[in-house]
Design a protein around this ligand. Structure first.
Ligand SMILES: C[S@@+](CC[C@H](N)C(=O)[O-])C[C@H]1O[C@@H](n2cnc3c(N)ncnc32)[C@H](O)[C@@H]1O
Length: 306
């Protein structure tokens, strides 16, 4: 009887080389292989370069192979690793939420600058998802009260977990519902005389779904097969959610308040025109992203006509 074949354990170098072929049909295979190997070994990517001869245990090898198999089926790297950097924060992410994008950091930076205007700004993040915007704002604006709203209970759980991890769980209110409706106060018969019909905020920030059905069908499998559809797609030309928010925002926004909206490529003009109809006196400006796409629309009531 021949002796059982004993495979020698993989070393870091071999493991990375093997993954190259497995991930050939995916985006940035070398980076994915390094990140997943570091994750399986519980070390940093730099450690892999420093110790290319480090052997893998059988358990580490199994874990790594399983991660590579999932990535070869286009599961996003951020979901496999369970977290994603956003500005200076590390956020947990999973299939319940959209993976925060770099473009959204532009909106957050603008919101931080704008919020200096108020001594105690109330900020509503509509469609909070992982809480990327809400948590960043709460961390960077210690004088703000943040409301994180989402139509998905699952997303709110992730947002709460991120807020807790970054020490701002008690400075954010998590509200479930459609757009700004969670800020509506009780029906007229329950309101006291003179009480407004809704809570007002100084700043509304929103990265709502803005992908059309047609665009969705053409998205990469990494996005289409794994990220929540309801976080991406909005009816018709992708503008329904943003327009609905604009159409209903007026009573919720303080007289010197502002709205910051993230938009998709080619949508800025239509959004600016709609905003100008609803807030004819507001100053409307646009911020480009790193690819010079008009990405963030700023509608500022305090800068009327300037
Ligand atoms: C594009 S994701 C943005 C997530 C996060 N704000 C970010 O920037 O990474 C949109 C989020 O809006 C939520 N959403 C979609 N329609 C909504 C609605 N009508 N009211 C409230 N939330 C909504 C989705 O559940 C999803 O979490």
């Amino acid at each position: 009887m021949s002796a059982p074949v004993r495979c020698s354990p993989w070393r870091v170098q071999e493991a990375l080389h093997w993954a190259g072929a497995q991930l050939a049909n995916t985006i940035d295979p070398a980076w994915a292989a390094r990140s997943l190997l570091a994750h399986a070994l519980g070390c940093t990517v730099t450690d892999l370069f420093v110790h290319p001869e480090r052997p893998l245990t059988a358990e580490q090898q199994d874990a790594y192979r399983s991660l590579i198999a999932r990535r070869s089926r286009h599961e996003p790297l951020a979901y496999l690793l369970g977290h994603r950097p956003f500005l200076d924060l590390d956020l947990i992410v999973d299939a319940r939420v959209l993976i925060p994008r770099q473009e959204t950091e532009i909106l957050v930076e603008k919101a931080i600058a704008l919020a200096q205007r108020w001594s105690r700004p109330r900020i509503a993040d509509v469609g909070t998802g992982s809480g990327a915007i809400a948590v960043s704002l709460a961390v960077h604006l210690s004088h703000a009260h943040v409301l994180a709203i989402d139509a998905s209970h699952d997303a709110l759980q992730v947002a709460y977990e991120n807020a807790r991890r970054h020490g701002v769980g008690d400075r954010i209110e998590f509200l479930h519902g459609d757009l700004l409706t969670p800020l509506c106060l009780q029906s007229r018969s329950f309101r006291r005389e003179g009480q407004p019909p809704c809570r007002q905020v100084e700043l509304i920030v929103a990265n709502l779904p803005y992908v059309s059905e047609e665009e969705y069908a053409a998205l990469s499998p990494d996005i289409r097969l794994y990220e929540p559809r309801e976080a991406l797609v909005s009816a018709a030309d992708g503008l329904e959610a943003i327009f609905c928010l604009l159409d209903t925002a007026c009573p919720f926004l303080a007289v010197d308040g502002a709205i910051l909206l993230e938009a998709g490529a080619g949508q800025s003009k239509a959004i600016r025109e709609q905003a100008a109809r609803i807030f004819p006196d507001a100053r409307i400006t646009v911020l480009p992203d790193y690819a010079q796409i008009e990405r963030v629309i700023c509608i500022d009531r305090a800068e009327r006509g300037r």
